[in-house]
Design a protein around this ligand. Structure first.
Ligand SMILES: [Zn+2]
Length: 288
């Protein structure tokens, strides 16, 4: 799933291609992907794209309508969704069983395809006058890369989370926006923290430092990459996540993995847990 750094790079890449361009139409090929019905998809016609930005992991195509109003096409790519810019968008997209969920077509003939692999469809689009009308966007926690987000604010979040494990706190979009399963592993490794560490016992200054260095590093690697290259870029840049059985790049200990909630988490026992191998809690409950 694309997380903050990839969505950040996607927004920058799409904005450089689309800002100032007039929209011709929005073709919906998946009937379930569009979560709003008013205004209808046809409302995008003749609107001009101002900018493409992100809110957490949500992409926002901000447009000005011919009538002087604002329109936002907001997209959540979910686990297997992706965006592809096309210099020449094909003829009208038709509903079908393929990965194409929607296509935004511009008056200059270029377009943006929103696709989703697999059979479980959770890619979502909203067409709204204000992104805050979308409860998931309105409910996002602070963006960790905003300069006005301070260690004091993070300390408050950690105290409020109490005994909750830090891995889950980092992943919760309503607590801090943009960090998912992959970058929470990277942040915890950079900070030298166990995924099971209680939030309230975590040093906010050290954690914010790890969050920012990890996300800025990933953004720097992604900067200038076209959408098509970002997935490979993300995978290559991850030091811990998805690398169980490989050596830790810091200390060469073998990276371990444990199931956290419904997803697998990777960590280095030497760097993060004082040498302790974490027990899979769901499994140990079953074995009792
Ligand atoms: Zn290590």
């Amino acid at each position: 799933m694309p997380e903050l750094p990839e969505v950040h790079a996607l927004a920058a890449d799409l904005s450089s291609r689309l800002a100032g361009r007039a929209v011709e139409r929005l073709d919906m090929t998946s009937f379930t992907a569009l979560k709003t019905f008013d205004p209808p998809a046809s409302a995008v016609g003749r609107s001009v794209i101002d900018v493409v930005v992100r809110h957490g992991k949500y992409l926002d195509f901000a447009m000005a309508t011919p009538g002087g109003g604002q329109l936002h096409l907001v997209v959540h790519l979910a686990r297997a969704g992706w965006v592809r810019w096309r210099r020449n968008a094909p003829e009208r997209a038709r509903p079908g069983k393929g990965p194409l969920a929607a296509r935004l077509v511009l008056e200059n003939g270029s377009g943006v395809d929103f696709t989703e692999a697999g059979t479980k469809k959770s890619l979502a689009l909203w067409l709204v006058g204000d992104p805050m009308e979308i409860s998931q966007v309105a409910g996002l926690g602070p963006d960790p890369l905003r300069e006005d987000f301070t260690a004091e604010q993070l300390a408050g979040i950690l105290q409020k989370a109490g005994r909750a494990q830090i891995k889950g706190v980092l992943r919760s979009q309503s607590t801090i926006a943009g960090i998912g399963n992959a970058y929470s592993d990277e942040v915890l490794h950079a900070a030298g923290l166990s995924p099971y560490q209680p939030a309230e016992k975590t040093d906010a200054v050290q954690l914010l430092d790890a969050i920012r260095s990890t996300l800025h590093g990933a953004i720097a690697r992604s900067a200038g990459s076209a959408a098509a290259d970002l997935k490979a870029e993300k995978k290559a840049g991850l030091r811990i996540h998805g690398r169980a059985g490989e050596e830790c790049p810091v200390c060469a200990t073998v990276i371990r993995e444990v199931i956290f909630a419904d997803r697998s988490t990777q960590y280095c026992p030497t760097c993060q847990t004082g040498g302790k191998v974490l027990a899979d809690r769901a499994l140990s409950r079953l074995l009792k």
